[in-house]
Design a protein around this ligand. Structure first.
Ligand SMILES: [Zn+2]
Ligand SMILES: [Zn+2]
Ligand SMILES: [Zn+2]
Length: 139
């Protein structure tokens, strides 16, 4: 079987590089929680900040990952679960930040509620981040 990272890169017309494969693999390994730029930097030694930044940007543009706003100003990134394509994301799920372990998770089955806009406004993106205690920390 071919390495899934090669498959995903090829499918998205991205050239296969060691750095991209390693970052993608990290996301595949961290399916349960989102990653910060700094998490990637500390997990993958030898990759410089600019390469990581550009890779995250390219993956976001291609619909491979989506960004999640963080309360500390640092964005989190998580794999898209299908349905996303270049320039079009459909990640209309709620994100959860655990105040104990600090993890950010995609709640894929919890949809962001409809937000009614006032006259003359058009919403193009609605994000919802809920904080609390995650199921692992409650045990
Ligand atoms: Zn997406
Ligand atoms: Zn937790
Ligand atoms: Zn998500």
């Amino acid at each position: 079987m071919q390495d899934p990272t090669i498959d995903i890169l090829k499918r998205n017309n991205l050239s296969v590089t060691e750095g991209r494969r390693n970052i993608l693999q990290l996301f595949l390994n961290h399916n349960a929680s989102a990653l910060r730029h700094s998490d990637i930097e500390s997990s993958l030694h030898g990759l410089d900040r600019v390469t990581i930044y550009r890779t995250l940007q390219a993956f976001t543009e291609k619909g491979i990952i989506h960004s999640i706003p963080g309360s500390d100003g640092a964005a989190r990134y998580a794999l898209c679960k299908g349905g996303c394509e270049q320039g079009h994301h459909h990640d209309d799920h709620v994100h959860f930040v655990c105040v104990r372990c600090g993890s950010t998770q995609c709640l894929d089955d919890v949809h962001v509620p409809y937000v009614r806009m006032p006259e003359g406004f058009e919403a193009t993106k609605v994000e919802m981040v809920v904080s609390g205690i995650c199921s692992k920390c409650r045990k």
